[in-house]
Design a protein around this ligand. Structure first.
Ligand SMILES: *[C@@H]1O[C@H](CO)[C@@H](O)[C@H](O)[C@H]1NC(C)=O
Ligand SMILES: *[C@@H]1O[C@H](CO)[C@@H](O)[C@H](O)[C@H]1NC(C)=O
Ligand SMILES: *[C@@H]1O[C@H](CO)[C@@H](O)[C@H](O)[C@H]1NC(C)=O
Ligand SMILES: *[C@@H]1O[C@H](CO)[C@@H](O)[C@H](O)[C@H]1NC(C)=O
Ligand SMILES: *[C@@H]1O[C@H](CO)[C@@H](O)[C@H](O)[C@H]1NC(C)=O
Ligand SMILES: *[C@@H]1O[C@H](CO)[C@@H](O)[C@H](O)[C@H]1NC(C)=O
Ligand SMILES: *[C@@H]1O[C@H](CO)[C@@H](O)[C@H](O)[C@H]1NC(C)=O
Ligand SMILES: *[C@@H]1O[C@H](CO)[C@@H](O)[C@H](O)[C@H]1NC(C)=O
Ligand SMILES: *[C@@H]1O[C@H](CO)[C@@H](O)[C@H](O)[C@H]1NC(C)=O
Ligand SMILES: *[C@@H]1O[C@H](CO)[C@@H](O)[C@H](O)[C@H]1NC(C)=O
Length: 877
């Protein structure tokens, strides 16, 4: 049947009426009158779909309306997409409404590819069965689908060989067989797929060597065959793949040398070939890969010196050459890699001094040169003002600890197992973000500086195996993980926490400042609020204030800030047709929300407390709370309160109107959810984090929202997020009762609240974690929340929990952000409140995170995120 076929004329044949309905999607009316019915093919196709039993028995329905099926005008199947819409599926097919969400979650039982008669579907262009619980093997007949452009069978349980007939699919542009249990060799026929741009065979059990024919795939931009058991050399023909952007051959058993032809891959952005048994030198041609951003050659047996040409990779952000046999000195040219954030040279045979050019790496955040033979640190190391993680352990460092003391951003410092001597410098006390310090196995002497206890975040301190003397400072009791063994210290090793003096005395943590702030800032606010509350709730009189308030003769007060027109209860009644249901845009625990257009044209949102509830003291309190909170807080990601109205029959709050409603509703509507792309979602999560960080850390006393949920995150017309609904929020006075009965939304409440009933900021942190996960998953994480800490999550890949309705992100920047959101969310969901990060920390991570991420999305599991075993610095508490 020709693709641009001539007819839909079978519409007029009664026998084909059923099939006629099929045409609804793509009817070209100008063709309706042409002749020649070709319904027989579509009959065969219907039979093939029926016989597969993938959709059960559908004899009464038309096969083109089945979930995930799209037909052409003639009723012939062109798309079978039950999996996630993968990236680059190009011209997106518009599904008819009944098949709006064609995802495998609707297929409950395992399906076999073999049960479909593929030869009956000759017009198939796209086959997407990603994460569809497929079992069995890939049948040879798949090769008959000559029009196929996209084949996604990733994340199933497919076994057996990749059929060599795959080479017949010459129209194929995307081939993804990753995360299955396919074995045997990569068929050399793959070289015939010259239109292929994306090849992903990640995480299978493929063996044999990489066929040199792969070099014929000159249109490839992504190739990932990591996580197999491929052996033999990297074929030099790989140099012909000049369009390649991403090359991932990591975690195989490839041996031999890295071919110098690799230098021809001028467009390459990321190269991961770590975790193999490659030997010999790093080819100097590597210097030609000037577009490279991520380079990972770690865990091989490379045994040259680091070629000076490496300095030409000026765009490099991460470089991992660790766990090899690289020798010689570190070349000065390393200082030319000024974009570098992550540099890992651990476990090699590098000698001598670190070149002073290292001081030029102003962006560097992680530097790991542990387990080498380095004997000197240049003072220029002190210029690395962004450094957070420094490990120089297991080297031959000699002399005093000097330049490190000025690295004020350091969180992790490991200088253990060296030959350092002299005192522990007092200046270390100024590295105020330090969380983990290991100076063990050196020759340090003198006393432990008592000021170390000023390091508020310090949790792990190891000073063992030195020559330290004097008394053990008792205030070290705040350090969770303390090792002072094998020194000449006197006194008791303090037990963690139990015999610690009260926090503020021991830790000099600006208690006075807090008190002062409370007095200076919050006192006037409280006075003002008390005044306001009194004025508004008790006294039905207009106030002469900045606030324009107005008393109407029936006793109502409407106060609308910065509103130029006059507004009264009756205007509101008019604008909402007396609170007609048509204007209602949502109902919450405390009331209903209406959209109202004021006489001036301005649109506002009204939250009207339910009539009866308005008389309940609890709701009256909630109303006051909200007014009180919102009059004070001013943040770009917190909803603005325009004012409020009180009336003898009802009361309501007047807000900035949020055109796109709540995040909750947005994520539940398929069409909306698709509009909410990855970058928008990341921005939503960041906005919530910034707002909460403001409430917790910039407000004095801190404000705990207590009811963060996707219902309370509202979106404006630009899909920017705003935190709303402060009905249950409260100021967290350090001395007043934290206890309360009503707070939070089921599914978002921190587990400890159930038994402690104590509200802390960490409750919000937990709820934030839930909302953040929900935002990237597109649905409430549900049971995943409780299973995060169990080993069963070991097998769940991040890519599998991301919202199925969006194509997986490929842009490394976007991937990096998604991973960061997931990492932060998971850290916030820790069952122990103490182990959750503060919102300040979370928002700092979001702000400082500027660049891309090195691990391909397809390789990240939730467990890795949980353990924070990622390429970047770990999340510390
Ligand atoms: C119908 O298809 C023909 C060619 O296939 C095209 O030129 C014409 O614009 C189409 N008409 C409509 C209404 O889509
Ligand atoms: C598959 O369908 C073709 C017709 O398209 C038919 O010739 C063949 O016998 C079928 N194969 C099986 C195994 O049913
Ligand atoms: C590729 O697809 C086009 C149209 O989609 C088709 O005409 C052509 O025959 C296909 N190529 C092969 C080798 O089958
Ligand atoms: C490859 O794609 C081009 C268009 O991008 C097409 O013209 C060509 O026929 C395709 N090659 C094969 C072998 O299908
Ligand atoms: C690949 O693995 C299969 C078993 O799965 C084995 O029979 C075969 O010999 C292996 N081939 C190579 C080249 O190692
Ligand atoms: C690679 O390993 C194979 C055995 O797996 C061995 O026969 C071959 O000589 C090795 N090649 C090189 C270059 O080391
Ligand atoms: C590097 O390793 C290879 C293979 O193990 C060996 O042949 C070569 O001599 C080594 N080169 C150096 C400089 O150590
Ligand atoms: C450096 O690489 C090694 C080996 O891959 C790894 O274990 C270590 O955690 C890395 N260092 C840092 C700071 O990421
Ligand atoms: C520490 O050791 C150095 C020699 O490394 C010595 O000069 C100094 O006096 C010692 N200081 C103390 C307090 O023991
Ligand atoms: C409030 O919470 C803090 C820390 O969570 C706790 O130390 C304090 O005792 C609590 N206050 C009351 C009255 O429960």
């Amino acid at each position: 049947m020709s693709k641009n076929g001539t007819t839909c004329s079978f519409l007029y044949y009664s026998s084909a009426i059923v099939i006629a309905a099929v045409c609804m999607a793509v009817i070209n009316t100008s063709l309706l009158t042409s002749a020649s019915a070709k319904s027989s093919l579509s009959m065969i196709e219907a039979k093939a779909l029926l016989n597969s039993n993938w959709w059960g028995n559908f004899s009464s329905t038309n096969h083109c309306e089945l979930m995930g099926i799209t037909c052409n005008w003639a009723g012939s199947v062109t798309h079978l997409q039950l999996g996630r819409k993968c990236h680059s599926i190009g011209q997106e097919v518009s599904f008819n409404s009944s098949a709006m969400s064609p995802y495998c979650s609707f297929l409950f039982h395992p399906r076999k590819l073999e049960s479909m008669n593929w030869t009956s579907l000759p017009n198939l262009e796209q086959l997407n069965l990603l994460s569809c619980n497929l079992t069995g093997s890939i049948p040879e007949e798949i090769g008959t689908l000559s029009k196929l452009t996209d084949l996604y069978l990733s994340r199933n349980n497919l076994e057996g060989l990749i059929p060599s007939s795959i080479g017949q699919l010459t129209n194929l542009t995307h081939l993804d067989l990753s995360s299955n249990r396919l074995s045997g060799p990569i068929p050399s026929s793959i070289g015939q797929l010259t239109n292929l741009t994306y090849l992903n065979l990640f995480s299978n059990q493929l063996n044999g060597s990489i066929p040199p024919e792969i070099g014929k795939l000159e249109n490839l931009d992504h190739i990932c065959i990591a996580g197999n058991i491929l052996s033999g050399p990297i074929p030099s023909s790989i140099g012909q793949l000049t369009n390649l952007l991403s090359l991932d051959l990591s975690s195989n058993r490839l041996n031999g040398s890295i071919p110098s032809e690799i230098g021809k891959l001028k467009n390459l952005i990321q190269m991961f070939i770590g975790g193999n048994i490659l030997s010999d030198p790093i080819p100097s041609s590597i210097g030609q890969l000037t577009n490279l951003i991520h380079l990972d050659l770690s865990s091989n047996r490379l045994n040259s010196s680091i070629p000076p040409e490496i300095g030409k990779l000026e765009n490099l952000i991460t470089m991992h050459l660790g766990v090899n046999s690289l020798h010689g000195i570190i070349p000065v040219e390393i200082g030319d890699l000024t974009q570098l954030i992550y540099l890992n040279l651990t476990d090699n045979l590098l000698k001598g001094k670190i070149p002073s050019s290292i001081g030029q790496l102003k962006n560097l955040e992680v530097l790991d040169m542990s387990a080498n033979q380095i004997n000197n640190i240049p003072t220029e190391l002190g210029h690395l003002s962004n450094l957070r993680n420094l490990s120089l352990s297991w080297n031959q460092l000699l002399g005093q600890i000097s330049p490190i003391k000025i690295l004020y951003q350091l969180q992790y410092l490991d200088l253990s197992h060296n030959l350092l001597s002299g005192l522990i410098p007092k200046e270390l006390e100024q590295i105020k973000f330090l969380e983990n310090m290991n100076l063990s196995d050196n020759y340090l002497n003198g006393t432990i500086p008592t000021g170390l206890t000023n390091l508020f975040y310090l949790r792990h301190l190891d000073l063992s195996h030195n020559n330290l003397s004097g008394e053990v400072p008792s205030s070290l009791c705040y350090i969770e993980d303390l090792d002072l063994s094998y020194n000449r210290l006197k006194g008791q090793i303090p037990q963690h926490r139990y015999d610690c003096p009260p926090l503020y005395e021991a830790r000099n943590c600006s208690k006075k400042k807090i008190v002062k702030f409370t007095l200076i800032i919050s006192l006037p606010i409280i006075v003002f609020l008390a005044f306001l509350a009194f004025a508004c709730f008790r006294c039905h009189k207009a106030q002469k204030n900045k606030i324009e308030a107005r008393a109407m003769k029936n006793g109502d007060i409407c106060s609308i800030w910065n509103y130029d027109g006059r507004i009264a209860y009756k205007d509101i009644v008019k604008a909402t047709d007396d609170f007609d249901i048509r204007h209602c845009i949502g109902t919450g625990g405390y009331g209903s929300v209406y959209r109202a257009q004021l006489p001036s044209g301005k649109v506002i949102a009204l939250k009207k407390l339910h009539h009866l509830e308005a008389e309940e003291p609890a709701f009256d309190k909630s109303f006051r709370n909200e007014v009180q909170m919102l009059t004070n807080v001013r943040h770009r990601n917190i909803i603005k309160l325009y004012g409020f109205c009180l009336h003898n029959r009802c009361m309501f709050l007047v807000y900035e109107y949020m055109e796109r409603g709540s995040l909750f509703c947005f994520l539940r509507a398929d069409a909306d959810a698709v509009e909410l792309g990855w970058t928008l979602r990341v921005n939503i999560v960041k906005a919530i984090a910034y707002a909460l960080s403001y409430l917790h850390h910039d407000c004095t006393p801190p404000i705990v929202h207590r009811d963060i949920s996707s219902n309370n995150i509202l979106l404006n017309s630009k899909l920017e997020a705003f935190v709303s609904d402060f009905g249950t929020a409260r100021l967290l006075h350090l001395d007043s009762s934290n206890q309360t009965v009503i707070a939070g939304t089921y599914g978002y409440i921190a587990p400890e609240f159930a038994y402690t009933m104590v509200v802390t900021e960490k409750c919000d942190v937990y709820s934030f974690g839930v909302v953040a996960l929900e935002t990237i998953m597109g649905r409430h994480p549900g049971e995943l929340l409780s299973s995060l800490e169990s080993p069963s999550t070991r097998n769940i890949m991040l890519a599998d929990v991301l919202d199925l309705r969006l194509p997986l992100p490929t842009n490394p920047m976007v991937v990096g952000n998604i991973v960061l959101v997931a990492r932060m969310a998971i850290a916030c969901l820790h069952s122990k409140p103490r182990s959750r990060p503060t919102m300040l920390r979370v928002s700092q991570e979001f702000q400082s995170y500027r660049k891309t991420f090195a691990t391909p999305l397809c390789a990240i599991s939730l467990l890795q995120l949980w353990n924070a075993e990622m390429d970047f610095y770990p999340i510390n508490e």
